[in-house]
Write a protein that binds this ligand. Structure first.
Ligand code: ATP
Length: 274
């Protein structure tokens, strides 16, 4: 797994202010930040904070970004692992990895444990997906270990578990029971207004002919259905386009070309998936 130290790690830059839009989601996770900053205050009040939350919604809309921002804002380590990494393991290694992850989490408390793509390990056991069909029942062992670790973790331990999925519907019910991932936070595709904010955020990072505000509204109107990742991609493509033509600044026409390129890419993707 990856460990990001809040003071030295690469995630240190991600603050709430870097996550555009997602106002309600930010409000929901604020309680975790507050708790991680002063777990004693909660302890002395006898208040039990939820052990974690499931961030769900379409790809590229800011789940990982938000989870990292919680760690940065609370100034605690961020331990992360991708669900698919557990699944590649054989011979009980997946379950051992889960144990190690939680052991490290306890050692570094207060901290955040983040499991990206939790559906890779947390699929419904009855779904009969290939990963659980193996003779070793590797996937099932890993999921069971995760449940055991979550149950074993007292809420006073100062470890907050965040997990993300694009497929909340396929998750095993056991994962969603009270005391586990019982809080669900939707991270949906951005609205028109949110797209405008995300464009402003990402346009700040490139040299533009005019200010970001000059372009953001129009770009948001041109991009219904785009995720935050698509928007970040548009901004980068526009800068590459400008570089290709040896320009010194990025102009509106570069941005419009980039939108078309990314629209082409997303259309191809959805065509391939259907
Ligand atoms: P996945 O389900 O594919 O893991 P995700 O929801 O975790 O996706 P992120 O990794 O958080 O998505 O986002 C990908 C990139 O898209 C971010 O690094 C960032 O550049 C951009 N992005 C997404 N959402 C936002 C947002 N709300 N504000 C600013 N940038 C965003």
């Amino acid at each position: 797994f990856t460990l990001v130290d809040p003071l030295t790690g690469p995630g240190k830059g991600v603050h709430f202010s870097d996550v555009a839009g997602l106002k309600e989601a930010k409000q929901e996770v604020t309680e975790f930040v507050d708790y991680l900053k002063q777990p004693e205050r909660y302890k002395s009040l006898g208040a039990k904070v939820p052990k974690g939350a499931l961030l769900f919604g379409p790809p590229g809309c800011g789940k990982t970004l938000l989870a990292k921002a919680v760690a940065t804002e609370a100034n605690v380590p961020f331990l992360s692992m991708n669900g698919s990494e557990f699944i590649e393991m054989i011979g009980g290694l997946g379950a051992a990895r889960v144990r190690d992850l939680f052991k490290e989490g306890r050692k570094r408390s207060p901290c955040i444990i983040y499991i990206d793509e939790i559906d890779a390990i947390g699929r419904k056991r009855s779904a009969g997906s290939a990963q659980f069909d193996g003779a070793s029942g590797e996937g099932e062992q890993t999921l069971n270990q995760l449940l055991v670790e979550m149950d074993g973790m007292a809420s006073k331990e100062g470890v907050i578990m965040l997990a993300s999925t694009n497929r909340g519907d396929v998750l095993d019910k056991a994962l969603l029971r009270p005391g586990r991932f019982d809080r669900h936070i939707l991270i949906d595709l951005p609205t028109l207004e949110e797209r405008e904010q995300i464009f402003e955020q990402h346009l700040k990072g490139i040299s533009l002919e005019y200010s970001p505000k000059h372009y953001s509204k129009r770009l948001a109107q041109l991009t219904p259905g785009f995720s935050g990742a698509d928007i970040a991609n548009v901004c980068n493509e526009a800068a590459l386009h400008a570089a290709r033509y040896k320009q010194t600044v990025v102009r509106g026409d570069n941005l419009e070309c980039a939108v078309e390129r990314v629209v082409g890419g997303t259309e191809k993707r959805s065509h391939m998936m259907s």
